[in-house]
Design a binder for this molecule. Structure first.
Ligand SMILES: [Ca+2]
Ligand SMILES: [Ca+2]
Length: 221
């Protein structure tokens, strides 16, 4: 590995782990190093891929929320400095997705990148969620993951920040709301994709399995 020096920093939310074993979110920060074309593999089959979402706030410089869910990290060579291929949200803008069912989420990943001197690859956001499909959101406590992002050179690079849910903290999720904040280092981050992974639990099929097993037992008697 010469140019693509991926630096992975894992920050476990120790406080959350200590307080409740069933709640565990692990934040991983991956830096493409000096390579703004770091070949992250973004998903085109995740839960929100193809969804437009509802943007409250401003998409700066002609950027678009659609670019967050098109399954593409880079599009053309000139893409590196072109906000037309990104969502570059103003401070405090929110992006809301209605998942369409109650999902147990396994992970969420945010991707950003920008060209030389633009300082737009830093990230700062919060994740809100609800389980009733309403208009209120609870903000997920992820500890001080921003510290790890700020350790990364903020020019001419790409950054992936992923959150893995290993416990029960993100179950039955119906809506997600991401709030984009000023990074304090280089504002106006050029976000390029957000992937959300999870599945709908299937109690119906589990119940059927149970009925089948009972039927088998009865036949054996
Ligand atoms: Ca995607
Ligand atoms: Ca994209």
């Amino acid at each position: 590995m010469k140019t693509n020096q991926a630096v992975s920093i894992v920050a476990v939310c120790a406080g959350v782990l200590l307080s409740m074993a069933s709640n565990a979110a692990v934040v991983t920060v991956e830096n493409g190093g000096a390579n703004v074309y770091y070949p992250y593999t973004v998903s085109s089959t995740d839960l929100i891929n193809g969804m437009t979402g509802t943007l409250a706030g401003s998409a700066l410089y002609g950027s678009s929320a659609v670019k967050m869910t098109d399954g593409i990290f880079f599009e053309v060579p000139s893409d590196r400095g072109n906000t037309a291929y990104t969502l570059t949200p103003a401070n405090n803008s929110t992006l809301t997705y209605t998942l369409g069912a109650a999902y147990n989420l396994s992970s969420i990943a945010f991707y950003s990148a920008s060209g030389s001197g633009q300082t737009r690859s830093q990230q700062n956001w919060t994740i809100g969620y609800n389980t009733d499909g309403g208009a209120s959101f609870t903000t997920l406590n992820l500890g001080s993951w921003m510290t790890d992002v700020n350790n990364i050179s903020n020019q001419n690079t790409s950054v992936k920040v992923s959150v893995a849910f290993t416990g029960a903290e993100m179950q039955g999720i119906q809506k997600l709301q991401f709030t984009f904040l000023d990074t304090g280092v280089g504002a106006e981050t050029m976000y390029r994709e957000v992937d959300v992974f999870g599945a709908v639990p299937e109690p119906a099929s589990l119940a059927l399995l149970g009925l089948g097993a009972m039927a088998l037992l009865r036949r054996r008697r």
